[in-house]
Design a binder for this molecule. Structure first.
Ligand code: SF4
Length: 363
C-alpha cells in the first residue's frame, strides 16, 4: 500500500465520530481500530483524515459503485425476502482481508468516486423500483456519517436500509445506527478465530465484533444475520465454528440466521482452492447441533441448505436457488403453511418478486 499524501485541504464533510486528543491529534471512533490521527494524516481505512484539527470523512458524497441487487445477495434471507435493493459503496476499508473479492475498491486508499448526495442516491433507488438501500462491497461503518444521511433520506422515501458489515465497531458507532438502520449482516471470517484474523485480516482479534453484536442486540432496533466465511485449511476449524455458534445461540438466540459461505480464491489468495462443499456441510451440522434453527450454506447455488426449513415440521418455508426464491410457503403472519408454526422470517414476500415468477403470498 502506498503512503497517503499529506492532506492540506478539507474535502468531503466534517465527521462526527471522533474525539480531540491532547497534542493536536484526533481519535476516530467509527471503528475499533480507534486510529489516532495527526494533522494532515488519514486513518488506516484511507477515507478519514484531519485538516485544521477536524476529522473529515473524505468520501462523503462520493460512491464507487451503485448496483441493483436482490436482498438475498447480501446475504439476508429473513428480512423482506425478494426485495430489490440499491447497493452502494465508497473506497477504503478498515480490514485488510487477503482474499477480498472487492479489493479493487476496498483496498484502494484513495478518495475517488462519482459525486452523489444522499437525495440523489435515494432518487435513483426509487426510480429503479428498489425497496431498500444496501451499504456493501466495502465496510460501511468507515463512511458512517454519509451512510446515515443516505439512510435517513431513504427512510423518508419509504425505503429500508441494510448494512453488510464486518462488525468491527464501537458503542458510538452502534448508537448512530438507531434512527436509520433496519438490518445488518455481520461477517465473520474463519469463525473469528484469533490466529486466522491476525494472519489474513490484519486485526488483533474479533472481540470488538462480538461487542458490536451485543450492543446491537441490547438496543434492539436492527435485524441481525451472521455470515462466516469458511476458508479451506486455514479458516475452517470446526471447533472455532462450534464456539461461534454456541455464542450466537447464547447471546443472540436460536432463531438468528447464520450463513456458512464458500470461499473463492481472489486477490492475494489465488493459490487457495474453493471451500469443499463437504466442509460447509460439516459446519452446517455443527450449527444445528449447537441449537441454531436457521443454518445456511452460501455461494453454492442449488444446495439444499440455501433454503429455509420449518423448525416445527421440517417443511420447506422458502425454497431458494442462488438469489432466487422458487417457493414461498409462509402466510401473511409469517407462519409455516404446513403446521402453522410462527417463524422469525419477516415477510411478506416482496411485491417485486411475487409479481414476477415467484409463488404469490397466500394468507
Ligand atoms: S474508521 Fe478508519 S480512521 Fe476510523 S478508526 Fe477505523 S480505520 Fe481508523
Amino acid at each position: 500500500m502506498s503512503p497517503q499524501p499529506r492532506l492540506t485541504e478539507p474535502s468531503g464533510k466534517a465527521a462526527e465520530l471522533y474525539r480531540n486528543l491532547q497534542g493536536g491529534k484526533v481519535q476516530c471512533t467509527a471503528c475499533a481500530r480507534l486510529c489516532r490521527i495527526g494533522e494532515g494524516q488519514v486513518g488506516l481505512c484511507g477515507v478519514r483524515g484531519v485538516v485544521g484539527g477536524v476529522l473529515y470523512l473524505l468520501v462523503y458524497g462520493r460512491v464507487m459503485t451503485g448496483h441493483i441487487d436482490p436482498i438475498e445477495k447480501k446475504p439476508v434471507v429473513h428480512y423482506k425476502p425478494g426485495s430489490k435493493i440499491f447497493s452502494i459503496a465508497t473506497s477504503g476499508c478498515n480490514w485488510l482481508c487477503r482474499y477480498c473479492q472487492n479489493y479493487d475498491i476496498s483496498q484502494r486508499r484513495k478518495v475517488e468516486g462519482i459525486a452523489a448526495g444522499p437525495e440523489e442516491l435515494v432518487s435513483q433507488a426509487v426510480a429503479h423500483g428498489c425497496e431498500g438501500m444496501a451499504y456493501t462491497y466495502n465496510e460501511p461503518t468507515i463512511f458512517m456519517e454519509y451512510a446515515r444521511d443516505v439512510g435517513r433520506a431513504a427512510r423518508s422515501a419509504g425505503l429500508f436500509n441494510v448494512f453488510v458489515s464486518n462488525g468491527y465497531g464501537t458503542p458510538e458507532l452502534v448508537a448512530t445506527m438507531d434512527d436509520f438502520l433496519d438490518c445488518i449482516t455481520v461477517d465473520f471470517k474463519g469463525s473469528g478465530e484469533t490466529k486466522f484474523v491476525r494472519s489474513y485480516i490484519g486485526i488483533p482479534d474479533a472481540e470488538p465484533v462480538f461487542q458490536t453484536l451485543l450492543e446491537i442486540k441490547r438496543r434492539g432496533r436492527v435485524h441481525v444475520e451472521i455470515t462466516d466465511l469458511v476458508v479451506p485449511n486455514v479458516g475452517d476449524s470446526l471447533v472455532a465454528a462450534e464456539k461461534l455458534c454456541r455464542w450466537i445461540y447464547d447471546n443472540l438466540g436460536p432463531d438468528t440466521p447464520i450463513h456458512f459461505l464458500r470461499f473463492h480464491p481472489d486477490y492475494k489468495m489465488t493459490d487457495f482452492p474453493s471451500t469443499p462443499v463437504e466442509t460447509l456441510e460439516k459446519h452446517v451440522s455443527v450449527g444445528r447441533r449447537a441449537g441454531l434453527n436457521y443454518v445456511y450454506v452460501g455461494n453454492v447455488p442449488g444446495h439444499r441448505d440455501e433454503s429455509s426449513y420449518c423448525p416445527g415440521c421440517g417443511a420447506v418455508l422458502v425454497k431458494r436457488y442462488g438469489y432466487e426464491i422458487l417457493e414461498y410457503n409462509l402466510d401473511v403472519q409469517n407462519r409455516c403453511r404446513s403446521c402453522g408454526c410462527k417463524t422469525p422470517i419477516m415477510g411478506p414476500l416482496s411485491r417485486s418478486a411475487s409479481e414476477d415468477r415467484f409463488v404469490p403470498v397466500i394468507s
